[in-house]
Ligand binder design. Structure first.
Ligand code: PMP
Length: 351
């Protein structure tokens, strides 16, 4: 029997264990469903879809609506099945054998996993002890590796730390290729690289509907970039990759911007409450600009805490075996009731 490519066989898959629990705070989704009015509009429009026909191949209406949100034309937008697919399209189009990407660990695992799947090399730099990224480290790694794509992630998953403008500037100054700023959690903070996107800069910003827009089930993400870069990435997506239902879902969601912003505001306030409560416990935490908080229990090891929480029907992400994250766990900001359940379970486990 044929075996898979040697380089894939060596790769570990990307897993987030899904355990049946009452309180799921492990994958950074929104704890709130989309507005009821969105659901109604979505189901109504879904009923009109000619299901025997392929969807709009270029997702024109959706791209126009996303572009309007950011003040750019549809030619500066590429939508995909989650921002992961958008990242994959970038790696397929701009990476590949003989090319590399640069990442700064610890960061989102798929920024190196997707390049490897596409046969692209990975050069890894390091974030500092406090998980901030030093512009000189960016210049060093990018200067040495000459990567086709430099990935930044702000706020960074799983640390929550924000990369300041000086980091993005350092990457743009040194990078021979694209600089991709993954802003999957961008709405939970006030800094964004979106205003820096310009025709004469190889800057790409990716975003997702999975978090703020409460639409993780739909799989919709996008990038904003100069039109030429978008056209390049588009070469790597499959025909009709984005189905009609997802296109409708995303377009209609953009009518509910005010509701989404209200959710973000309340999630940010809840994050601060959660971080404050964690600060009173024997755990180390890092300031988060996202909808999750990374924490490291001081006296109990990570897997024991994770297991103790699962036994109390609370699921968080165990990051303790990831490089540089010994002993760390990541908790998604949930509803106040979910967060209280997490906090009281954690207090018991740490006692
Ligand atoms: N980027 C980051 C930093 C993420 O944390 C995630 C989701 N875990 C994604 C991208 C992918 O999100 P999606 O494919 O759901 O848009």
């Amino acid at each position: 029997m044929i075996s898979v490519r040697d380089d894939l066989a060596e790769l570990e898959g990307y897993h987030s264990p899904q355990v049946t629990v009452d309180v799921r705070l492990n994958t950074n989704e929104s704890p709130y469903p989309p507005p009821a009015a969105w659901r109604e509009a979505f189901l109504e429009e879904l009923a009109t879809v000619p299901f025997h026909r392929y969807p709009d191949r270029g997702a024109g209406a959706l791209r126009t609506a996303i572009g309007e949100l950011h003040g750019v034309g549809p030619e500066q937008v590429l939508a995909g099945n989650g921002s992961n697919e958008v990242i994959q399209a970038l790696c397929l189009a701009y990476g590949g054998p003989g090319r590399s990407v640069a990442v700064f660990e610890p960061t989102y695992a798929l920024h190196s996993h997707i390049p490897r799947i596409t046969g692209t090399g990975v050069a890894a730099g390091e974030r500092g002890d406090d998980f901030t990224l030093d512009p000189t480290e960016v210049a060093r790694v990018v200067g040495e590796a000459q990567p086709a794509i430099t990935f930044l992630c702000s706020p960074n998953n799983p640390t929550g730390v924000i990369d300041g403008p000086e980091v993005i500037e350092a990457a743009l100054a040194a990078a021979p290729g694209l600089v991709v700023v993954d802003e999957a959690y961008g709405q939970f903070t006030s800094t964004s690289a979106l205003s820096l996107v310009a025709d004469d800069r190889p800057l790409v910003v990716t975003r997702t509907f999975s978090k703020t827009w409460s639409m993780a089930a739909c799989r919709l993400g996008y990038l904003i970039a100069p039109a030429g870069i978008v056209a390049g990435a588009e070469r790597a997506v499959l025909p009709y990759h984005l189905d009609a239902a997802t296109q409708i879902a995303g377009r209609l969601a953009l009518r509910f911007t005010a509701e989404m912003e209200a959710r973000v505001t309340s999630l940010v306030a809840e994050r601060e409450r959660l971080a404050g409560a964690l600060a009173a416990l024997p755990v180390d935490t890092w300031p988060s600009g996202a909808n999750f908080v990374l924490f490291r229990p001081r006296n109990v090891d990570g897997p024991t805490v994770w297991k103790g929480l699962v036994e109390r029907s609370v699921l968080v992400r165990d990051c303790s075996s990831w490089p540089r994250l010994e002993g760390c766990l990541r908790v998604t900001v949930g509803t106040p009731a979910e967060d209280d359940a997490f906090l009281s379970a954690l207090r018991e486990v740490l006692a």
